[in-house]
Write a protein that binds this ligand. Structure first.
Ligand SMILES: NC(=O)c1ccc[n+]([C@@H]2O[C@H](COP(=O)([O-])OP(=O)(O)OC[C@H]3O[C@@H](n4cnc5c(N)ncnc54)[C@H](O)[C@@H]3O)[C@@H](O)[C@H]2O)c1
Length: 278
């Protein structure tokens, strides 16, 4: 998600500095951005000059010190509250007082994350969709303390990226994932209970409900660890058994079969064509 956000922000004309746990992650991200922008050149969406200028605006931020002059930080690390909290605690001392801190979290409370920072009033949820260059929507979520100036600045920024905003209240998983993830979890239950195979379930939802991809294919695309984290946030945050993560989803994550990013999930991506794993 971080590389997708960097992609659209750089094309929007902004300088972008990407931080990750290691330089190799940045190299991988830059290679993906280059490939995706070149695809946009081939399809006539952007010019070669747009691509080259955008790529020249992207740099590696080795430490958070490199963020001392930025106006906006968008955190897009692993969907784990402890990881995100550690990042906020580490990054805040380096930021300008008026810099806005945004999180791309899919589900975690904006109010609670904001409380770990030195700027809850300048903290906001800016939830991009996957893949960022393709999907039109950004969910915007205010924490209890987010002030109007921050909301307007964040909204104006997203508008310049040519995205459409849907404003959500700060409740577990906001709107898109509150609706989408229980459907994916139910698809995993449908597989777990033997109602249908991976192929049958995805075919049923593609052709029977006109979804562009089946729910298990979509789960692999999102990342099964991210799906599980979101279900756990819903289950714990709303204290309702209807959000219980399917044990089969837990098992896939425990196996390290996280979907496309690990080349195995509900499908095996190591060959020419994806093959169902069940
Ligand atoms: N996958 C999706 O479809 C999707 C969609 C919308 C939002 N999101 C949200 O975006 C965020 C990232 O999701 P993702 O799918 O890109 O996850 P991912 O696991 O693919 O990538 C997470 C990245 O964060 C990096 N990271 C981990 N700890 C870090 C640290 N301490 N400092 C710096 N970098 C660190 C990892 O090295 C990795 O590159 C999550 O909050 C997720 O909920 C995901």
């Amino acid at each position: 998600m971080g590389s997708g956000i960097a992609h659209v922000v750089a094309l929007g004309g902004y300088d972008v500095a990407i931080n990750d746990v290691a330089k190799e992650r940045f190299d991988t991200a830059l290679a993906a951005i280059t490939k995706n922008m070149s695809r946009q050149v081939s399809s006539g969406k952007i010019s070669e000059e747009d691509r080259d200028k955008a790529l020249s605006r992207i740099s590696f931020a080795e430490t958070f010190q490199d963020f001392s002059d930025v106006d906006l930080v968008v955190e897009a690390a692993t969907e784990d509250e402890t990881v995100k909290r550690k990042i906020f605690v580490a990054v805040c001392p380096f930021l300008k007082p008026d810099a806005v801190l945004a999180t791309n979290t899919s589900s975690i409370s904006i109010t609670r994350l904001a409380a770990t920072t030195d700027r809850p009033e300048r903290f906001i949820g800016m939830h991009f969709m996957n893949p960022v260059p393709v999907m039109e929507l950004v969910e915007m979520i205010r924490g209890i303390a987010t002030d109007d100036v921050t909301f307007t600045r964040a909204k104006d920024f997203v508008d310049t990226l040519d995205k459409t905003i849907a404003v959500s209240e700060d409740f577990p998983a906001f709107m898109v994932n509150r609706i989408l993830l229980p459907m994916i979890n139910e698809a995993v239950y449908t597989l777990y209970e033997g109602v249908g195979s991976v192929d049958a379930i995805d075919t049923a939802m593609r052709l029977g409900a006109h979804h562009p991809m089946g729910p298990l294919q979509l789960a692999d695309f999102i990342g099964l660890d991210t799906c599980l984290s979101i279900m756990q946030v819903l289950y714990e945050g709303l204290a309702d058994s209807k959000y219980r993560p399917c044990p089969l989803l837990v098992k896939y994550v425990e196996a390290g079969w996280l979907g496309r990013k690990t080349k195995r999930g509900f499908y095996d991506y190591r060959g020419e064509t994806p093959m169902p794993t069940r």
